[in-house]
Write a protein of this length. Structure first.
Length: 319
């Protein structure tokens, strides 16, 4: 049985009552969180929530609004969470601890629900909201207060990995078992912890390797068609040594060269499956993704996918 998604929407509420309905619902769900619509009278919003063990992930779509929690509304008995806002569309301004951080798509910020805070959404938004139990990170001895209301993810590295993991988790959780979902929740907590370490300037060797590995993968994705995409070329482009590059990929079974080959083969396979490219020859497609020797391409394609490229393409066309 898959993970259940719970939803709330103003769609079934009369337009004149939606603002009040939304405010009451947010107040009840988040234990005293106040909502303000910038004085607007028209409003619509919806939320869909899934759980990965004790990690809560919510997709929020709504007109412009802001939420606030004063020190008087913080409840000592409430389970404390570190709450992440990561926009898909629009922006968010997180205010806490005397700081304010504005985040846009591909960035995220985090704040502590056991202290006063405010989150501004001055335009219509689509956000991923992730709630991680505060105890999950506090017990690791990291000083959290200086890390609240800060911007993460925009420069890549482990914070980008954390964001991609959270987004993928939200999409895939409805089809997972409870046990698998708990494992995903553990992965999210670990990536958030690594991001916090990196933000604090005490990144471990592991965070440095993960950050470089992510940069390498991004570079490969952007240069698949470049026949000169090599280990030396990547090291030069990313201003790192061959040793650093190999070290970053030490946990990948096929190394850097194997990763490049696998991505190129996968790109060719997807193109063969796409009927919009039926007019292109196999050679044209292979060269377009960096292969120069067709005999080598045919050999490695067959080794990885079990069929020569021509047979695979005929089967894809027939299907």
């Amino acid at each position: 049985m898959g993970i259940t998604t719970s939803t709330m929407s103003t769609d079934q509420v009369a337009p004149a009552e939606r603002a009040g309905f939304w405010g009451d619902w947010v107040d009840r769900l988040f234990c005293g969180l106040k909502s303000d619509l910038y004085g607007d009278t028209g409003f619509d919003g919806r939320m869909a929530t899934v759980h990965a063990g004790d990690i809560v992930l919510t997709r929020l779509e709504a007109n412009r609004h802001r939420v606030m929690r004063s020190a008087q509304l913080v409840r000592a008995s409430e389970v404390g969470y570190l709450k992440i806002v990561a926009p898909w569309v629009g922006c968010a301004g997180v205010e806490q601890k005397g700081r304010e951080a504005w985040v846009t798509p591909d960035q995220w910020s985090i704040y502590d629900t056991t202290d006063a805070y405010a989150v501004a959404n001055p335009v219509r938004v689509e956000h991923l909201i992730v709630m991680v139990p505060k105890a999950r990170l506090a017990e690791r001895g990291l000083a959290l207060d200086p890390l609240m209301a800060r911007r993460l993810g925009g420069s890549g590295g482990v914070a980008r990995l954390a964001l991609e993991t959270m987004r993928s988790a939200y999409r895939e959780l409805p089809g997972m078992s409870e046990a698998a979902a708990r494992g995903v929740g553990d992965a999210i907590a670990q990536f958030v912890h690594l991001s916090m370490l990196d933000l604090a300037g005490i990144g471990t060797a592991q965070t440095q390797r993960e950050a470089l590995r992510e940069r390498i993968k991004q570079h490969v994705a952007e240069h698949l068609g470049d026949s000169t995409l090599t280990v030396d070329g990547i090291a030069l482009a990313l201003n790192c040594s061959r040793r650093q590059l190999y070290n970053a990929f030490s946990e990948e079974p096929d190394g850097v060269a194997g990763y490049i080959l696998a991505r190129r083969l996968e790109a060719c396979r997807r193109t063969f499956d796409d009927r919009a490219h039926d007019h292109r020859s196999i050679t044209d497609i292979a060269i377009g993704f960096g292969f120069q020797n067709m005999a080598h391409f045919s050999r490695v394609f067959r080794a990885h996918l079990g069929l020569p490229p021509s047979d695979y393409r005929r089967g894809a066309a027939a299907a």
